[in-house]
Design a protein around this ligand. Structure first.
Ligand code: RP5
Length: 168
């Protein structure tokens, strides 16, 4: 699945369809900021050959960043990072039994020499993965950088315009 007709610059992958309710927040942010993306299920454990193919071909297909979300024994981001020099952003998806602490530790505790940029557990992490991916793309793409700056300015203005913390 991919956005519009542009060549995707960000790949948003996840270990299972069950990760979508969290990972859709990364996709929402990319859409909001006008970043071309693709998204699909790639499982480190259930489809290891696909994982290797996806990661090895990512750069030559034009991807600039990979966002990888997984829960539990969340090996997807680290294994993808082992097969590409593209930046990989890992999103720990909240698990039922351990509330995502297992996912977080699985993703963040990489051995020195293979980097994964690990975000927060759950929705905030997915949102920020989309935002950070756009910021990376924006280093070379003025339109995306302007969209990130506009988003940040609007967010600041919304807080300043609503100083009263009590419900409306
Ligand atoms: C991980 O196992 C996935 O990323 C998902 O978070 C978790 C559970 O997957 P399902 O059993 O729901 O497919 O690989």
């Amino acid at each position: 699945m991919q956005s519009a007709t542009q060549t995707p610059k960000v790949g948003v992958i996840m270990g299972s369809k069950s990760d979508w309710p969290i990972m859709e927040h990364a996709v929402e942010m990319l859409e909001r900021l006008g970043v071309a993306y693709e998204t699909r299920v790639v499982s480190a454990h259930r489809t290891p050959d696909l994982l290797f193919d996806y990661a090895k071909s990512a750069a030559e297909r034009g991807l600039e960043v990979i966002v990888a979300g997984a829960g539990g024994a969340a090996h997807l981001p680290g294994m993808v990072a082992s097969q590409t020099a593209l930046p990989v952003l890992g999103v720990p998806v909240e698990s039922k039994s351990l509330k995502g602490l297992d996912s977080l530790l699985s993703i963040v505790q990489m051995p020195g020499g293979i980097a994964v940029g690990t975000l927060a557990i759950g929705k905030a992490g997915a949102t920020n993965a989309g935002l950070l991916a756009a910021q990376i793309v924006g280093l070379q793409d003025d339109r995306v950088r302007a969209a990130v700056e506009a988003f940040r300015a609007e967010q600041t203005q919304t807080v300043l315009d609503n100083p009263d913390p009590r419900p409306d």
